[in-house]
Design a protein around this ligand. Sequence first.
Ligand code: SF4
Length: 581
Amino acid sequence: MTADAEFEDAFRSNAHAEKTTDEPLIRVMALHALAYCERLFYLEEVEGIRVADHNVFAGRRLHDQIDKGPDIYQLELGSERLGIRGKLDVAKREGGRLVVIEHKKGKSKGGTEAWPSDRLQTLAYALLLSEHRGEVISEAFVRYHADKKTITIPVDPAAAAQEVGAAVNRAKELRATLQRPPVTASEHLCRTCSLAPVCLPEEERFAEDEGETPQRLFPPDESRRIVHIVEQGASVSKVGEQLVIWVPDGSKKPLPGLTVSTLVLHGNVQISTQAIHFCAANGIGVHWLSYGGNYVGAVTPGAGGVQRRARQFRALDDFDLRVRLSARIAQAKVENQVRYLLRTTRGGEADARHPEFETGVARMRNCLGQIGHIADSPVAGNPDVRIETEEAATEIAGKLRGYEGLAGREYFALLPHVLDVVDGDLLFFKGRNRRPPKDPFNALLSFGYALLYRDCVAAVIAVGLEPALGIMHTPRSTAYPLALDLMELFRLIIWDIALVGSVNRKQWTKEDFDVTAGQVWLNADGRRKAIGLYEARKQEKWKHPVLEYSLSYARTIELEARLLEKEWSGQPSVFAKLRLR
Ligand code: SF4
């Protein structure tokens, strides 16, 4: 910034206003967001969610390039009287009068007008500068770089003060409520909105009227990668802007920090304090898993989430909503298990299914029917009767868990029918066991579920929710109940299917496992193979069966966490509707 005596007290003005006012001043950029879409204002300013997409970076680059000549000033001003603060792109003297110029990278409206949000922002800057200098400012300008137009904004001080004041009052109203404003009716605004992947406007409109297939504004895959470190004795440190993995054999592997979304450290892997600081500052999650694959803990970047957590607490007190959501999760899980078993045994010789298989599937279907009744009408078979007491909710939730558990046992009992192994084979499976796993198949199942649990914890935290408060799961271990809830939707879709495929392709050998008395673990090579299989499965794209757009399984986990959050925020949603085709 260039400054001279005329403008040098600008920062003092801002700091003074911040100290004397009880309420924090509204950022002028926030007024811009408010004029664009009230929900955008709420998500950014109240919930503290910021997403830096390519448009945001392009805007920052433009501001770095703005002419910083001798007569050009970039000022940061605040006013208690106006209730706003902000950083002007440009203030300058032209022919003795003071003017404000706001730079935008996009195009003007129709080549002749400023967009309403840009106009409001520019008026607010003009008022701030006018108050600071004690001079009337009668004109301001918006420079649109994409179509090279400069639009003049006439400034009538009284009218501008009224317009900006009305926006400030609305901003204060929104700041005081827990209620997120609805999605904008101007759908075109969402297409260029950096918060569309968080807001999910198309999904909400679809859930409301199930009309047109929603346009996907949610990224189909992750732009940054998850790095697993399985070499025992390895360490991670920060060197400049890079994370470097040091392996005991003397080799090292540099990772450009900003290409990484998550580090997963398996077993005896060290990380330096500086590297943890770097990860925390750059939104990189760090997760620790034990040598055996159990989840230990994490340092995870999460959005502020106060309002989101408050809504979550409130929703969990709504017994009816909680039971219906639990039933929906159980329904999705069991229905997918049934569909998978039938799909995998259809065709060819397998079509002559074993009677034991048919009976097991019938029992699962029966459980599914019971869960469906609970989902639709949990009390007395009447969809309109709500669960009002904790006792009633506990009783119905108990039944639900019973049916879900029964179906789960049948599923694992029938899983050998889809496996191409026989008794005596390394991966022969004759039932689920864990803590510790007693055979290679169970070791693989447990390890994959631990990886999935890690992803679900990360998704829950990324959405700004409290993982300790679940819907269907209650705190019975150190595991986060909400992450366990989310996992139920993905155990089969992400891990069981990938694992069965790999077993049937004979991808595992006894060299992948450490076998001791009564327990079996994956060794370093086995873990590397399992991680490769798991991460490859997550990157596969599928067409969401309800939303009808393609995205990776990895992104689907986050999508479902966001849809769940919508559900208990009272917004239309399609949570837990995902089904195998
Ligand atoms: S995606 Fe649309 S509704 Fe959501 S904040 Fe952005 S403009 Fe508003």
